[in-house]
Design a binder for this molecule. Structure first.
Ligand code: AVJ
Ligand code: FE
Length: 440
């Protein structure tokens, strides 16, 4: 924040708020009112809940807390508190209807823009206030990805459109890359918009390991299926096999078989599964089973971050694999510009110094790590953002997907979910320990 002048910072924040709201509007205006209030899956809220929840968080954090203004509506706080009502129950609540919800988020936004013009953004207030605005932008962007997942679950004709992602242009790539052992800096203490769980920067040692150059593709995953991967408990963890049985998993979510071919449903269209795209809509247990079948394992979260950020020339950790510059369309498939992962090899400009590709964008990548606070973690702005989720129930996902906005995606960004979840835009890459004779 310090590099921007106060007025530039206000303009930057206003522009981010506007840009984000355009996407939320597209995701909620592209369906009719009936689709907006309906629950498309018990895993998801009705879209109209996400919309009003976005406005309600913005009212609480920016209008009331930062701006010190009178509340617009305190009566609905409870309805839009994610901790009070699980997603499955949200359709039964007396929610704001489509017109009311749109009116409410618009009124909140008008107040917020007024707060943004007047609030002190210097000295001690700078970081505190600017961060609150940045957090609200990221919060809305996170819900935009959640709403995109709801669109993917929705039945009926397509309503969203996007151009196809770029073709592969990297040329032949090695299957795996050696990441040297030793210390590196994980997390950050300097990224202005980093959330509490990404902080603080700390030194982590990893042993040398190999990691896949690119995410596991549909072609590779189909070999696992064809080889009976879903039928052999030996590839699965105990919990994974129990879930595979209970949920009757036989292929990634949204795949169907037509004779010898696999088809997939994608935002209302049915199409042949593209062999060179990263596999998406697999749960962590499927990712682990594939890795075991391939004689490998999932990377730990620390390994993933070292592969993504470590620059062996300087020993420094970069903000992104390609350097410290913010993402552009040449670096990564982010921001819902394309409504699918790009084929592997499509982003040579986004590779890390070690030569690992497509770590950012395309698909979230499952890791073997549970979600915990880093040493020195301090909950901010409150425990409910991440601390209450720490423990052994959640797995960490890294790197963002085609549905993730750049504002909510960094080399340090940590996402988490239950290992059984498949509706998120998640795939994976595999890793293995390096043997002493391979260290050259
Ligand atoms: C970081 C994606 C796990 O959706 O549960 C949204 C983000 N937190 N509103 C979630 C979030 C509060 C969070 N994830
Ligand atoms: Fe939320």
């Amino acid at each position: 924040f310090e590099q921007l002048g106060t007025e530039q910072l206000r303009e930057h924040v206003a522009q981010q708020l506007r840009r984000t709201r355009q996407r939320s509007a597209l995701l909620t205006d592209s369906v009719d009112d009936d689709d907006l209030v309906r629950q498309h899956s018990r895993l998801m809220s009705p879209l109209v809940w996400d919309l009003a929840h976005i406005g309600n968080q913005e009212e609480i954090w920016l209008v009331r807390d930062v701006g010190g203004r009178e509340p617009l509506r305190t009566d609905i706080d409870e309805l839009y508190d994610a901790f009070q009502h699980p997603r499955a129950q949200r359709p039964q609540l007396p929610l704001l209807g489509p017109t009311e919800a749109r009116g409410y988020v618009g009124q909140v936004r008008d107040k917020v823009l007024d707060v943004l013009e007047r609030v002190p953004l210097e000295g001690r207030r700078l970081t505190e206030h600017a961060f609150a605005f940045g957090m609200i932008v990221q919060h809305e962007q996170q819900h935009d990805e959640t709403m995109l997942a709801t669109h993917q679950l929705r039945a009926g004709a397509p309503v969203l459109e996007a151009p196809p992602p770029p073709a592969a242009s990297a040329g032949p790539l090695p299957a795996e890359v050696l990441v040297p052992g030793g210390a590196f800096t994980m997390g950050t203490s300097t990224e202005p918009w980093a959330l509490d769980n990404e902080r603080p920067a700390h030194t982590v040692h990893v042993d040398p390991f190999f990691i896949d150059t690119v995410p596991v593709t549909n072609r590779q995953y189909q070999r696992f299926i064809a080889d009976g991967g879903y039928d052999h408990p030996r590839w699965w963890s105990e919990a994974g096999w129990a879930y595979r049985q209970r949920a009757d998993l036989t292929a990634p979510r949204f795949w169907t078989r037509e004779g010898e071919r696999w088809l997939r449903r994608r935002f209302g269209m049915t199409e042949p599964v593209p062999p060179d795209e990263p596999v998406v809509h697999v749960c962590c247990y499927e990712a682990e089973a594939y890795a075991a079948w391939a004689g490998r394992r999932l990377p730990t979260e620390a390994e993933w971050e070292k592969a993504a950020r470590f620059d062996p020339a300087t020993g420094r950790s970069r903000r992104y694999p390609w350097g410290d510059a913010d993402p552009t369309p040449e670096h990564a498939n982010l921001g819902q510009r394309h409504l699918q992962p790009a084929p592997v090899g499509a982003y040579p400009s986004g590779a890390s110094p070690l030569g690992v590709h497509q770590l950012i964008g395309d698909v979230w990548e499952w890791t073997s790590s549970e979600f915990h606070g880093y040493p020195g973690f301090v909950a901010f702005p409150y425990r409910e953002y991440s601390e209450v989720f720490f423990g052994d129930e959640y797995r960490v996902l890294r790197g963002g997907s085609f549905g993730t906005d750049a504002a909510a995606c960094r080399g340090t960004f940590r996402n988490w979910d239950y290992p059984i979840r498949r509706q998120i835009f998640a795939g994976f890459r595999t890793a293995r320990d390096a043997r002493p004779d391979e260290l050259g």
